[in-house]
Design a binder for this molecule. Sequence first.
Ligand code: ZN
Ligand code: ZN
Ligand code: ZN
Ligand code: ZN
Length: 97
Amino acid sequence: MSETVCTKCEGTGMCQSCNGHGYFICGSCEGDGVETCPTCGGVAHFEGEEGNLMQCYDCGGEGTVPCRDCEGTGTLYCEQCDGTGRCNMCDGNGVMS
Ligand SMILES: [Zn+2]
Ligand SMILES: [Zn+2]
Ligand SMILES: [Zn+2]
Ligand SMILES: [Zn+2]
């Protein structure tokens, strides 16, 4: 029986979706894991009724909040390869058995 090069990964054995990493860089936060706070727009403070500065309750004065898409990790789990980084068609071997 001859071995056939895997058509999905073209013999690399790597998951083509994530380039073998097992994860993606989160597009929403570009890998930072944080987003600009939607409540204060990154300013982190509000002006109170008496002109005093009040800390933004949503971000705690940081101006940023953990990214909701990646939950603050900066990366997204690759479902194509179950996070292994291996081609799911040839199981990382690069050839079809
Ligand atoms: Zn493959
Ligand atoms: Zn805020
Ligand atoms: Zn993110
Ligand atoms: Zn993958």
